[in-house]
Ligand binder design. Structure first.
Ligand code: C5P
Length: 313
């Protein structure tokens, strides 16, 4: 009698990047609860890696997680990766039977869209696993329904985002920018930061239509690959709200500036602080200052722009 070895279950691996908003301009809350944005995203080379493995029919979606702060990540239907697998399965009419393994490389709940990167990577992974034949545009439409930052995690590089942040136009950049991130053990809730933004804006609210007019210098700095010009142009309308919820982040920003960062500010809805460095070497020096001063729970040196969600061989 011959025994045939069981064929390994088909499996695909996808990487998707975290992001920093180089500029984040926020308008007044709309009737649907969202704020119109005018933002410039840059993907950074901190990646989430999602492995999707085919499982027997009827097994449904399962999630396992490893990496820093993995214990903070939900492994049920509230995880955006789970919802991404289900949304794609529904769209193409297959059963959502897949085991997802998330290897975290982006700070959790840090304002760097790690959960959105998981969702984008899951869409690309399940699309390949199930051979759906959907276009990248179809995936982008599904992505936008999952969350405002998911389409950018698919696209990567540097892009202007409008609407909820989901309508994207690629932006031209030159060279590499060196970033350091100071992450905190305790994340901030994005809705809570937007809520504080509304309180701070007062009854008259923020400007209705945030525009990119003020970001001409920033776009020019990107095109020129000029980090010294980019530093002072970095801007975040959510920073005051994040700082009012976490006043101690002021010190994290100040330490980066004292260490010569070209710019230091809250990343997205925080609490991660981003610092732009002159070089890889200088990024390490800023990171060392943060560690020495004890103003970050973890520090992450990286660079941008980075590619969007992509299959690994
Ligand atoms: O789209 P996403 O699920 O990532 O958004 C999370 C929350 O952040 C929303 O429920 C909303 O409170 C807030 N948000 C917003 N305006 C945006 C994006 C997000 O108010 N443009």
């Amino acid at each position: 009698m011959t025994h045939l070895a069981a064929a390994p279950s088909p499996s695909v691996r996808v990487r998707a990047p975290g992001k920093v908003n180089l500029s984040l301009r926020v308008g007044a809350r709309q009737a649907d609860g969202y704020h119109p944005l005018s933002t410039i995203f840059q993907a950074v080379a901190l990646y989430e890696e999602v492995t999707a493995t085919q499982v027997p029919e009827g097994a449904g979606v399962t999630i396992t997680v490893d990496g820093p702060q993995a214990e903070l990540v939900p492994v049920d239907g509230t995880n955006l990766a789970w919802r991404a697998a289900e949304a794609l399965a529904t769209q193409v009419g297959v059963a959502p039977d897949v085991a997802l393994h998330l290897a975290k490389g982006v700070p959790v709940a840090g304002g760097m869209a790690g959960g959105s990167a998981d969702a984008a990577a899951t869409l690309v992974a399940c699309d390949a696993l199930w051979q759906t034949g959907l276009s990248r545009d179809d995936l982008a439409t599904l992505a936008a329904d999952l969350g405002s930052d998911v389409p950018f995690a698919l696209l990567g590089h540097t892009a202007v985002g409008t609407g909820r942040g989901h309508l994207l136009t690629p932006a031209m950049t030159r060279g590499e920018f060196h970033w350091v991130f100071a992450a905190q053990a305790e994340g901030l809730s994005t809705p809570a930061v937007y809520g504080r933004f509304d309180e701070l804006a007062g009854p008259d609210g923020a400007a209705d239509e945030p525009g990119l007019d003020e970001d001409t210098g920033l776009m020019q700095a990107l095109r020129a690959g000029d980090a010294h010009a980019l530093g002072p142009a970095l801007h975040n309308d959510l920073e005051a709200a994040a700082l009012s919820l976490r006043p101690e982040l002021e010190r994290t920003i100040a330490v980066a500036r004292e260490a010569g960062a070209l710019g230091a500010f809250v990343s997205g809805s925080g609490p991660t602080v981003a610092a732009l460095a002159r070089s890889r070497q200088h990024a390490l020096a800023v990171a060392a200052s943060w560690t020495a001063e004890g103003v970050a729970d973890s520090v992450w040196c990286t660079s941008g722009p980075a590619h969007g969600a992509r299959l690994l061989p």
